[in-house]
Design a protein. Sequence first.
Length: 98
Amino acid sequence: MSVFYLTMLSSLGFFMALIALSLQHKHLLSVLLSLEAATMNLFIMLFSTSNNILFSGETALILITLGACEASLGLSILVSMIRARGNDYVSSFSSQKC
């Protein structure tokens, strides 16, 4: 029964992360934190639902390592954008500018 509650809690956290992403998209750091929360909730949901069926400890370590690498890559992009542009406003980023 606790797996059901953990799955429901992680799905609620995932949807709250998506709501935070849609409501607080002014700064790049807010967007990255919302995406990280969604990724971690999906990891918890995936691990809790298939813990006894398919996954082993090594697979969980690989998934959490990939999540940490994704977070560090996002933060390094944030730092380089702030150094190049001076702010982290999403509205100032444009793919049309060279």
